[in-house]
Ligand binder design. Structure first.
Ligand SMILES: C[S@@+](CC[C@H](N)C(=O)[O-])C[C@H]1O[C@@H](n2cnc3c(N)ncnc32)[C@H](O)[C@@H]1O
Length: 448
């Protein structure tokens, strides 16, 4: 039966029964015809519904495929953008320049006016990364925001940024509206971009640009109007050091800052200032490593004597331009109200360095080098006895408390025998080791 004919309804009229009247038969035929029409109408509707469904499905699929294609196309264009043509005439960076304008805005904090993207700035100034300055730039606003968020509330606070480079983290800091931002950058090629940001930030806050080496910078002079905060106050001082650190000097910087923290100088002359810093991932893991961990080293114990370091999150090396060979860890370091020792930082540093100098050997080997050969054996034995520490333990098996008992025993012996204080078994080799640290762009094993 073809669908156009419709179903045939058959009436069986019984011979034996009463003959149907003509009117009845006509009526039945009429009903039959109406039924037939209704069925045909429903069939037409069903066909139309099917066609509409197919058309709608096709449109939705088309829209989906088109969106996927456009996103891909945009990404592709991002990677191969033409260099921007800017008219940099009078000002360091022409704000009137016909550059691709980024939306440097976020939902939180203050809204910055439209700015050229970091990528454009890097292209504009042909800022090729200098390896000796460990330059790896972060372009992703979500990541720079995340780093700044890890610092906690910085609104109305005092912030020092180390190595702002083209200014990704700087923008994220400005958006959080601190009271006073100081940026310290060694590479003068970034000064125009910093000046542009300072101009943009000017209505909201104070921003100072220092072109120089962070290793020489006196942070105690950075924030003249920051009041001193009581160290024992549960609330920390409103001072933050933030930075995507240059790898080549990050360990040295951290040890310098721990020294300042212990002596309450530099950034800690204002009170308990906190640090939010990036490190090569392995270094970040060492800073927070607990006892018995493979990563446990001098940096772990040194940090954990004066502060509570926390590895907040990791960033893949792929997020940086140019891409470093390593991933990165973001660490926050908050000074303890009551540090675990009162011994002077330099003594602590010296002893801890000796304890961890031979990681795979018994810790007594490293400690023995604190003493001149003539008294070495005798004083090493006395040190472990007074410290009540097993001299045959390996350094990574020692708790912070045990390390500090060795420090205190040594400190006591130095008081009894002042002539041993200046002894340094590595003295002739020291200069070479320090020279090697600079410029290789990576932390070396000796930095542990
Ligand atoms: C890893 S890059 C970070 C750049 C930028 N903050 C970012 O996240 O994209 C390190 C920055 O520190 C700067 N730098 C290197 N050594 C420095 C030093 N001794 N003092 C100050 N800045 C330094 C570099 O020029 C570079 O801009």
């Amino acid at each position: 039966m073809s669908s156009s004919e419709g179903p045939k309804v058959e009436f069986k009229i019984e011979e034996s029964g009463r003959k149907l009247k003509k009117a009845e038969v006509d009526f039945m035929r009429l009903i039959e015809q109406q039924n037939l029409q209704r069925v045909q109408k429903l069939q037409r509707q069903r066909r139309n519904n099917k066609l509409t469904g197919i058309a709608l499905g096709g449109t939705v699929l088309g829209i989906y495929l088109y969106s996927m294609f456009s996103v891909k196309q945009e990404k592709f264009l991002d990677d191969f953008e033409e260099p921007v043509k800017l008219e940099v005439e009078n000002k360091a960076l022409g704000m009137s320049a016909s550059t691709k304008i980024s939306k440097a805005l976020t939902s939180t904090g203050i809204r910055l006016p439209p700015l050229p993207t970091i990528r454009d700035l890097v292209k504009l100034y042909q800022l090729r990364a200098i390896k000796q300055l460990s330059q790896n730039f972060l372009m992703d606003e979500r990541l720079t925001d995340k780093i700044v968020r890890a610092a906690g509330n910085i609104r109305d606070h005092y912030v020092l940024e180390v190595g702002p480079g083209p200014g990704g983290i700087t923008r994220s800091i400005i958006r959080q509206n601190p009271r006073h931002l100081v940026v310290v950058e060694k590479d003068r090629r970034f000064m125009p971009t910093m000046e542009m940001l300072a101009e943009v930030a000017q209505p909201f806050m104070r921003m100072d640009i220092v072109q120089g080496d962070i290793l020489d910078y006196r942070i105690e002079n950075a924030f003249p109007d920051c009041p001193q905060h009581d160290w024992m106050d549960r609330k920390r001082a409103p001072v933050h050091l933030i930075g995507n650190l240059p790898f080549a000097i990050s360990t040295r910087l951290l040890i310098n800052w721990l020294r300042d923290m212990s002596l309450r100088t530099g950034a800690w002359s204002y009170g308990r200032a906190s640090l939010t810093l990036t490190f090569q991932k392995e270094v970040a893991e060492r800073i927070v490593a607990p006892i018995l961990s493979d990563q446990r080293c001098r940096l772990s114990v040194m940090n954990q004597i004066w502060s509570t370091p926390e590895l907040r999150f990791e960033i893949s090396g792929r997020a940086f331009v140019p891409k470093p060979e390593v991933d990165v860890g973001v660490v926050t370091i908050v000074p303890m109200q009551t540090p675990l020792t009162q011994v002077h930082f330099d003594t602590v540093e010296k002893v801890i360095r000796h304890i961890f100098s031979m990681r795979q050997k018994y810790c007594r080997r490293g400690v023995s080098n604190l003493y001149p050969p003539a008294v070495r054996e005798e004083l090493t034995e006395l040190t472990f006895k007074r410290a009540d520490v097993d001299p045959l333990a390996r350094s990574f098996q020692l708790s912070v408390a045990e390390c500090l008992r060795i420090v205190e025993a040594y400190d006591g012996l130095v008081r009894e025998h002042p002539e041993i204080a200046g002894y340094d078994y590595r003295a002739p080799k020291m200069q070479k080791a320090v020279g090697q640290e600079e410029g290789d762009g990576q932390e070396s094993e000796t930095d542990r």
